[in-house]
Design a binder for this molecule. Structure first.
Ligand code: ADP
Length: 414
């Protein structure tokens, strides 16, 4: 039996889910920077990645939810800066014209006092960082996630569907084990891994120029190879990085020298790697255009998206290429809209991605789909989820939007 309190809580969660989906629908790519343990340079990478993306003209948000060690304000020199709210929404700190930042440290004081977070509080805080923060229209949201594979990263993965993991590690074997755990975690929560970064990889002596592999080199690359995920690059151990970080200056994002050069290449790989996954190019373009015309009125504007689900007898058809018809379901701000049932053109390689892209579809939920077909979809900027359980198209899309869609094995992975 439901108590009154339960119902109120459920209603609150539902309302929060709607706010989260509304916020996320205005955000392009969500890069979740993760690591197996603390101290490997995860926050350094998150901060520099956000600054580097903003320098390239993107509109970027940086969200620091590393609850136990929020270091973004220190790394950006904005410790103690106050955060304001407007109509019950928190306004992130405008670091530059196109980079907004909000750290949990800006809300809890940011001093040296330890904040004691209990499990549900952590989950609530992370959800509020999306639902109650006025992120507005963003090309990228970079998330500095807490280390490990516990409740907090799980909340992030469940709250932010479509997030892409960037895993930071140091090169030694102990970190390699962490990489494996992180990649397995991402697989379990269906979060694609954009790639692995090996940080503190080798040390170039500033006096004699000789390179020393302090933590051994190549562990991150080896881990990426074994786990079959992309390797994004290695950043050397560089005292200048540490000094500039302490000084609140994100030197990797623009500075000179081998570490900054290595980092720039990594940023390019992250941009290119996700370009294929970007929601349909045309809609992104028109969104940018509209943003240029009238930034204010765009604030409230949310685009309608379309999801395609192969069906047989009204329910998900496990074999993508052999379905009777496709349900094309519109959705916006977490709400499911109209549905069309369309007969696909005759099955031939490449035909369905072309056809669905032409219909403006940006997401496909499937039971089984061959890897070649998945590549063709991604090349068209269409996100593909495989291994979905049976159900009606609306049920599947609803669970996807609430972050509860559990995917299993891709029955056509051959
Ligand atoms: P994490 O977020 O994983 O706990 P941080 O980003 O806070 O780690 O980095 C931990 C410390 O290591 C910081 O003092 C930072 O300046 C330093 N650091 C990070 N990357 C490098 C690097 N490539 N070379 C030298 N120092 C680094």
């Amino acid at each position: 039996m439901h108590s009154c309190k339960d119902t109120e809580k459920e209603q609150y969660m539902k309302q929060q889910d709607r706010l989260i989906t509304g916020s996320l629908s205005q955000i392009g790519r969500k890069l979740v920077v993760m690591s197996g343990k603390g101290g490997v340079g995860k926050s350094t990478v998150a901060v520099n990645l956000a600054v580097a993306l903003a320098r390239r003209g993107n509109s970027v948000g940086l969200m620091d939810v590393d609850l136990h060690g929020p270091s973004v304000p220190t790394l950006l020199g904005i410790r103690g800066q106050r955060v304001f709210s407007e109509l019950d929404r928190l306004i992130p700190i405008q670091y530059t014209d196109n980079l907004k930042v909000l750290s949990i440290a800006n809300l809890v004081g940011g001093g040296d006092d330890a904040v004691i977070w209990r499990g549900p509080m952590k989950i609530g805080a992370i959800r509020q960082f999306i639902s109650d923060v006025e992120w507005g229209l963003l090309d990228f949201l970079v998330i500095d996630s807490p280390p490990g594979t516990g409740d907090e990263p799980l909340t992030i993965a469940q709250t932010i569907p479509g997030g892409e993991a960037v895993i930071v590690t140091t090169p030694q074997e102990l970190s390699l084990a962490d990489v494996r755990r992180c990649v397995n975690f991402c697989r379990q929560v269906s979060m694609p891994v954009r790639g692995i970064i090996e940080n503190m990889s080798g040390f170039s002596c500033p006096h004699c120029g000789k390179e020393t592999a302090i933590f051994k080199k190549g562990g991150g690359e080896e881990g990426a190879r074994l786990m079959k995920v992309p390797f994004l690059g290695a950043i050397p151990l560089d005292p200048a990085v540490m000094l500039s970080s302490d000084d609140g200056k994100p030197s990797l994002s623009a500075g000179e020298g081998p570490s900054a050069a290595a980092f720039q290449k990594i940023v390019e790989k992250i941009i290119i790697g996700g370009e294929r996954q970007k929601s349909a190019g045309a809609s992104a373009e028109s969104e940018k255009e509209a943003r240029g015309k009238d930034k204010k009125s765009m604030k409230k504007e949310v685009k309608t998206m379309k999801c395609a689900i192969p069906v047989q007898g009204g329910k998900l058809c496990a074999h993508f290429g052999h379905c009777e018809e496709f349900a094309i379901v519109a959705f916006e701000k977490g709400q499911i809209g109209s549905r069309e049932l369309l007969k696909p053109p005759p099955h031939e390689p490449g035909v369905l991605p072309e056809w669905l892209a032409g219909l403006g579809v940006s997401l496909v939920i499937a039971g089984g789909m061959g890897s070649r077909a998945q590549e063709l979809f991604r090349a068209k900027g269409i996100e593909v989820l495989t291994g979905a359980p049976g159900g009606t198209p609306e049920d599947l899309l609803r669970s996807y939007l609430s972050g509860t869609l559990r995917t299993g094995e891709n029955v056509c992975d051959h």
